[in-house]
Design a protein around this ligand. Structure first.
Ligand code: FES
Length: 600
């Protein structure tokens, strides 16, 4: 039996099997509900309102998040409610994973391309009764005679199409040869071999279409990682994938489908074919890497967090379901550890910090923050679970960096003034705004060093036993506030990051003042006000000129690795040079963590 479920105002509707939760129905119909806990009923963020139809009775756990009045008005947690009839459901905007500002730009490094593939225009003599060589041999002979290329093999995927391709093209093609050995694609004579560089983040995906031979970036796109519908952090997604092979397949195909769609869009934009893409480089954290390859993740989600593989890999694109040239290759940069992945290697590669003299701290801030301390050539890295607070999760009025998000906050004449993304009316706080609010409240003495909010400001109040600071008064829309609990969430997030920095300094026998430069990568890191981050002691108190915000460095690293074999080798060398530190087992971890919770 199925029920017709109609999600409004997003306008997605369709049939869903009876017995599925509303959250699962939403996933099947492509409605991305916020589900930080992955559907465990513990985050309270998947709130919807049933307008028509019958649902299973409210569960006791829903009472924690919904008042009796709200339940009476049809509000429910989508992950706890199961349709018992056809239903019409309203999805409030705050329950949708809104389209957000994605970060594709980063500091470009121009290098001489040294790609693993080269293309050659070849003209073949058609077969005759005197010349019965097979098509593949004819092609390899022509490559050797016309270009001196000693290719030895034509990929099976190319062989499957070689005969009609040669004849349809009147015996003139552009043959793409990988590593001087394998013919991986036959393109039209006028085509150029293209590449796809992708940084798959936990929240966002950045993709770049590049000319493999000139190294030029032809198009770039930022999209949301569609896996987000199955959990905002990688732990929830690994749990979901571990429960059922079908669920693991779903997570994999979501990313691959998104990459296929994005590649096709970029190809259309520049007037080429997706089949002109002959090489792809994908970087991501270790969990994302494993989910994309459908590798086991159960062991990765549990201490001691062991990856199935950490070496760089070359795979056939068709094995992953990527719709590029059928003989095309996907290269994955090496991982370092369970929570320090190829995206960290890629960031180190792009920023060039591994070659720096002196002491450099490189930080990629995200749900997991990876930090590397470069100490006169010695590399030490660790990962700290900063959590999704900087993405706006676990913050009462937090949201992603989308239109209407408060992104900057300042005290002016005793009142907090703010700026929103797009200049539209405020609907919540994104990461940089959250950081600013705490810094401003702390500097104004409204939040003390231990994180306790004071009530001696006209905008501070206590509601239902919780202290909060009113940023935007309520009217037709609810008030936007910053609560005592939000302060605590931020203390945990910034404390985790600060502890990581402190542990790296101690492991290297250094103090913060020894740091010559701090490189901050990642979307959140691009938009934060460094002074605010210093004010709450998230970052070390150093002169502002020592900080460099570099944008999406992991994406830039993927681009470098795409067009350069020497950069791939450099990435492997970096991964081998990094000493990995397990943060929780570092000496003084607990002491450093307790200390780093203070806002100074
Ligand atoms: Fe439903 Fe978290 S409470 S997804």
């Amino acid at each position: 039996m199925t029920y017709h479920i109609d999600f409004q105002p997003v306008g997605r509707r369709g049939e869903c099997p009876a017995g599925l939760s509303l959250l699962e129905c939403a996933r099947r119909l492509g409605v991305d509900l916020v589900n930080i806990c992955g559907g465990a009923g513990t985050c309270g963020r998947c709130i919807v309102q049933v307008l028509e139809g019958t649902l299973s009775p409210p569960t006791p756990g829903e009472g924690k998040f919904l008042s009796p009045e709200a339940l009476a008005e049809g509000y429910r947690l989508a992950c706890r409610a199961t349709p018992l009839s056809h239903c019409k459901v309203r999805v409030p905007p705050e329950s949708l994973t809104t389209p957000q500002r994605t970060q594709v730009e980063g500091e470009e490094t121009s290098i001489e391309p040294d790609p693993p593939v080269r293309s050659y225009l070849v003209t073949l003599a058609p077969p005759s009764i005197e010349d019965l060589r097979p098509d593949a041999e004819r092609l390899l002979d022509a490559l050797a005679e016309q270009h001196g290329v000693a290719a030895t093999q034509v990929e099976l995927a190319v062989l499957r199409d070689i005969s009609p391709c040669l004849r349809d093209s009147h015996w003139q093609v552009r043959a793409v040869v990988r590593e001087g050995r394998n013919v991986v694609a036959l393109l039209p004579p006028e085509a150029r071999p293209l590449g796809l560089a992708v940084d798959v983040g936990t929240t966002k995906v950045a993709a770049y279409l590049m000319d493999m031979e000139s190294g030029r970036t032809l198009a770039a796109r930022g999209i949301m990682n569609p896996q987000i519908a199955y959990g905002e952090d990688v732990v929830a997604r690994m749990t979901y994938a571990s429960q059922d092979p079908d669920q693991a397949r779903r997570l994999q195909s979501l990313v691959i489908d998104a990459l296929n769609h994005t590649a096709a869009e970029m190809a259309t934009e520049v007037g080429v074919q997706p089949s002109d893409i002959v090489e792809t480089v994908i970087v991501g954290n270790t969990a994302i890497h494993h989910l994309i390859l459908k590798l086991p993740v159960t062991q990765l989600a549990r201490a001691p967090y062991v990856p199935a593989v950490d070496a760089a890999l070359d795979l056939k694109a068709c094995e992953l379901g990527l719709h590029i040239a059928p003989g095309g290759t996907v290269h994955l940069l090496p991982n370092i550890a369970g929570y320090v992945g190829a995206d960290h290697v890629s960031m180190l590669l792009a920023t060039g910090v591994t070659q720096a003299e002196g002491v450099v701290l490189a930080i990629d801030i995200g749900t997991n923050t990876e930090v590397c301390l470069v100490n006169h050539g010695r590399l030490t890295s660790l990962s700290c679970a900063s959590g999704p607070a900087f993405e706006g999760a676990h913050i009462k009025h937090g949201m992603r960096a989308a239109s209407g998000a408060i992104e900057r906050v300042r005290f002016v004449d005793g009142r907090l003034e703010y700026q929103t993304i797009g200049g539209t009316p405020p609907v919540g706080l994104c990461g940089s705004g959250i950081l600013d609010v705490l810094a401003q409240l702390y500097q104004a003495g409204i939040v003390n060093r231990g994180g306790r909010m004071q009530l001696d400001h006209p905008q501070a109040r206590e509601t239902d036993g919780e202290r909060e600071f009113v940023l935007v008064e309520g009217g037709r829309r609810p008030a936007i506030t910053f609560t005592q609990k939000d302060v605590r969430e931020l203390q945990l997030a910034k404390g985790a990051m600060r502890t990581g920095i402190q542990v790296l300094l101690e492991v290297n026998g250094l103090v913060a003042e020894d740091i010559d430069q701090v490189v901050i990568a990642g979307a959140f890191g691009t938009y934060i006000d460094v002074a605010s981050a210093i004010a709450i002691d998230m970052l070390p108190r150093l002169p502002l000129e020592r900080f460099r915000q570099v944008g999406n460095a992991a994406g830039m690293g993927a681009k470098l690795a795409l067009i350069s074999r020497s950069k791939r080798a450099e990435a492997q060398a970096i991964a081998a040079r990094v000493d990995y530190v397990e943060l929780a087992s570092a000496p003084n971890f607990m002491k450093a963590f307790a200390q780093s919770m203070y806002l100074e």
